[in-house]
Write a protein that binds this ligand. Sequence first.
Ligand code: PLP
Length: 751
Amino acid sequence: MSEFLLPDEPLKQVYLDANATTPVLPCIADVVSHTMQICFGNPSSPHISGIQAKHLLEQTRDKARAVIGAKNGDILFTSGATEGIQTAVVSTLINAKKHTIKNPVLLYGATEHKAVPNTLKHWNNVLEINAQVLAIPVDSNGILDLDFIAKHINNALMICTMAVNNETGVYQNLAAIEQTIRSRNNNVSWMVDCVQALGKQALVLSDTTIDYAPFSGHKLYAPKGIGLLYIKSGSAYTPFIAGGGQESGMRSGTENLPGIAGLNKLFSLLLDKTDDTFKSLDTLNSYRSELHEALKNTFGDITFNHSFEHSVPTTLNFAVNDLTSKEVIDLFDAAGIRVSGGSACSTGAAQSFVLDAMGASKWQSENAIRLSFGPAATQQDITYACERIRALKQILQANCLIVSDSTTPQQEVCALGLTQFRHQGACSWLYVSDDKHAVIIDPIIELIPRFEKIANTQNLKVAAVLNTHKHQERESATQLLTSVLAHRVVKGEVDALGWPINLATITLTNDVLEKVATPGHSKDSVSYLLKNSAGETRYCFCGDLILPAGLGNTSLKGGDAKAMAQSILTLSKQLTNKSIICSGHDYQQCFAMNWAVQQKQTPLLSALKNNDISIDEFALQKQQYDALKQVNNTQLCGYVNALPEIDTQQLSFKDAKAMLSTDSTYLIDTREPYEHGATNVAHLFNTPNANTLNIPLSRMANAVFEGQLNKNNTYILLCRSGNRSKIAANNLMQLGYKTVYNLNGGLALSN
Ligand code: PLP
């Protein structure tokens, strides 16, 4: 794998998440620091220090007017955009308390930042306005529906729109919105969230009828905790924060002078025509093209979730066809490239409400990646970012994440032995024998592209695609996968669950796979046992009969608790304490579970097995348990016991590094191989390569069974944040490994 490691030097972080926040520019940090240490006066003080502070404050306000084109109106310094939004909404709604509209509405764009609808709903309730809060739909380009606005604007107390969207960079035609509003309603209060427009679009606010426009410093190289609100002359206003009367009584509290000084410097840069810190639109467009090329070159098939024509150039929102956003983000992060899921607030599987509103597919919405750069990015930054993105291609190929165009694809995830694949608590299993014959058990539809790539890249012969019971989605996944891999699947007739009807066993090099009927969760449930040449069961694929620390549900159609008891007894005769239990779900995040630990963690199962209770007693207890659990439980396919909390021993980076200087201490990187391949972990810890193992959670069961780990050794587990590795450390300790430590805070705190 070493050829896929990036160079030994710790890599510079590539930050491509500017829509979430930006670093403070050094020249801005200098003035902030100066204001904290030297020009630290209170603008309300009458002495010279105070007068200097007051001068800075007012000078910044004047510069703000110039930047946002606000000759008239008020400019108020706030803690950020969220406060600006509160102030605008509260001012409007208090003023609207005595309205005479019959069915009042509060309108907001469906793709607005959550701060807007949540603020509207909150104050609508608190102030008992009782208006209907209505989202204005957008089209597939994210552009607001003007007809909808036209239809509702006469009943509106307020309308909130945004200049530029934070997830997609889509900008609105403010002139067209204004025309639609004002040709019908001159009085309605109009707020435009300008947070993502500053520095990317020219603004002349006092030429418009916009009543309120909030801004935020940290989105454009100023510190967090400072922002401003523009208020048109004559628009409703109620102070949101009362107190000592600062800001002419409009917003009390001693002003955040260091933050304001930061804005002052930022505005100077924006206004200085001779300064090239902020790049022209043409330059930003060329940066976007370069990043687009690098992404296409690295990932092949990508789908953009917005049209470039309608977006500012600093945001690229896309989905990599066939890869989940988690895989892409984890890979980027491991390689030191920071991007976010569709929305900075919801990295991971959650769908993006912005993309949903634009009518994107579920796949696009769940797997959106947002890459954003600031308008002060240099050509050097972008060239370096593109280089680093391109360097990921090798890692993607080596891990079967994209089909390799190399004639000798590397084997990484590659599949020899057992690999677990998960999708939202459901598990699929892939077993590949030494002669590259594969069986896939309980495939999940979302994982089909992954299996397809692995099988094609690794040149696997697929001996069978099996289900452990009929499951509506699973059945179609089996059929789909079998047809996608038709040229690799061994020909012959199969039964309803995929087993070749003319075979008693499937041979996999020296092992054999057997099918055993194990009804209980459903009538047709079976288990598949992979046995070695001595007849011992290595892996037991038992579907939803047994789940880690629990048992399958028997209260679904076809469920039968007595049959389950019988099946457990049948299976138990075929299992050894070391047999690995491979279930259809893993709600407890156990990853690797052997029969010995399974019994310990499932009292009902062990009572039955040890003859402490009869089959009838088991059935009665199980039925009662299932009936009880069925209420309010989302773990439909089975119910599991809470695992005993194991006090995982936590290590700091410094302590871990010191411990790794001893021979019998090993570092286990529990991240996926594509992440491991992107970080030189051995180098980071100054430990020999030989003392560094990569055992992702998906391969934990394989590692435990194959004796890759030794109970006499000390293991330090790591991942990106310390969360995944903590689960793995727990898992190993349950399995009897005693000296297992977790790297506290993971790689994120390793420097
Ligand atoms: N509006 C938009 C469009 C944003 O992107 C954000 C920040 O993510 C906000 C409002 C909230 O800004 P702040 O963090 O300054 O409260």
